[in-house]
Design a protein around this ligand. Structure first.
Ligand SMILES: NC(=O)C1=CN([C@@H]2O[C@H](COP(=O)(O)OP(=O)(O)OC[C@H]3O[C@@H](n4cnc5c(N)ncnc54)[C@H](O)[C@@H]3O)[C@@H](O)[C@H]2O)C=CC1
Length: 295
């Protein structure tokens, strides 16, 4: 398969290049300046020139807090941008896989969210991503929106790397304990994307299209996640700190985050045969990459 992916440096993009290439696919990563999601014409032009079998829309404005003061840019990149990607996929007549987020929900439900639950983003980033989902679904029937969450990887900036950096010179860290979600490795996300892409390229049935939740099984609070990171790090001779769970109210941020970010992934398991590895298993894989010298 020839896979075109938006972005060149993100966690999911880099993981898709690695996992896709290893699986024998050609992965063409296209980002700024050739493809700028804030410039729809550049999106259509760059994707058309790549002539792929499938398009993966993984690039996004991901600065959740900064989005509160840059709503125009966030909406252009995350809302209108994916609409241009859908336009390109439609013109090429190829399937589109668009990556979205748990932050489309308000987090007040007391169980994991299913795809049909009402959305209700609590911040600019979530609202912009929801607009992007809609633009994709309205723009191109041959699309799958995959909602992922709490993404970490050996690449780019993420929670795992932040915790390891802070533990290098702190013995104790206060970490939010009252938000729960599904920590998910971008490498596992890449494998899931490749399976969904393979299914969509070979089978045009409508049940393979639409919105799907795709996160790792098992749930954690940020404090639980931090504890697991430090246990894994200590086992590899790396830095660790003791974790003091704190409340969201004790860690104010510009953007409000959902208290319950858990996503039910039953649909993608049934329809696409995709079940990601448990989050603790994937965390070990990433920790082996981040701390290879200590293995
Ligand atoms: N990081 C996370 O915890 C979560 C991420 N997601 C979604 O997963 C997807 C992938 O996220 P990550 O890989 O973690 O993001 P990332 O922040 O690591 O990478 C984002 C990529 O988008 C590119 N980009 C930003 N603005 C652009 C523009 N105007 N034109 C072209 N490219 C642009 C960046 O250069 C970078 O390559 C995104 O759609 C994001 O919204 C969903 C839930 C959680």
């Amino acid at each position: 398969m020839k896979i075109a992916v938006t972005g060149t440096t993100g966690q999911v993009v880099t993981s898709l290049i690695e996992r896709g290439t290893a699986a024998g696919h050609e992965v063409i990563a296209i980002g700024r300046p050739d493809l700028d999601l804030a410039d729809p014409a550049s999106v259509v032009r760059a994707l058309s020139a790549a002539a792929p079998d499938v398009i993966v829309s993984a690039a996004a404005y991901t600065a959740v807090d900064k989005a509160e003061s840059e709503s125009e840019l966030a909406n252009a990149v995350n809302g209108a941008g994916p609409g241009a990607v859908a336009q390109a996929a439609k013109a090429l007549g190829v399937p589109l896989i668009h990556i979205s987020t748990d932050y489309v929900f308000d987090g007040t439900l007391d169980r994991p969210y299913v795809e049909s639950d009402p959305t209700g983003p609590t911040g600019v980033y979530g609202a912009s991503k929801l607009a992007g989902e809609q633009a994709v679904l309205d723009g191109h029937d041959d699309s799958a929106v995959l909602r992922v969450a709490w993404v970490y990887s050996p690449f780019g900036g993420n929670f795992v790397k932040t915790m390891l950096r802070l533990a290098a010179d702190r013995d104790e860290l206060g970490v939010v304990g009252d938000q729960v979600g599904n920590p998910t490795s971008a490498l596992a996300i890449a494998d899931g994307i490749i399976k969904v892409a393979t299914n969509m390229v070979s089978d045009s049935s409508s049940e393979l299209r639409g919105v799907f939740h795709m996160t790792a099984p098992g749930e954690a609070s940020w404090a639980d996640f931090a504890q697991a990171i430090f246990a894994a790090s200590a086992a590899r001779g790396g830095p660790s700190a003791s974790v003091r769970p704190i409340g969201t109210a004790d860690y104010p941020t510009p953007a409000t985050r959902p208290a319950n970010s858990r996503l039910d992934c039953g649909l993608i398991a049934r329809v696409h045969g995709v079940t990601l590895p448990d989050w603790r298993t994937s965390l070990d894989v990433v920790m082996d990459r981040l701390q290879p010298a200590n293995n």
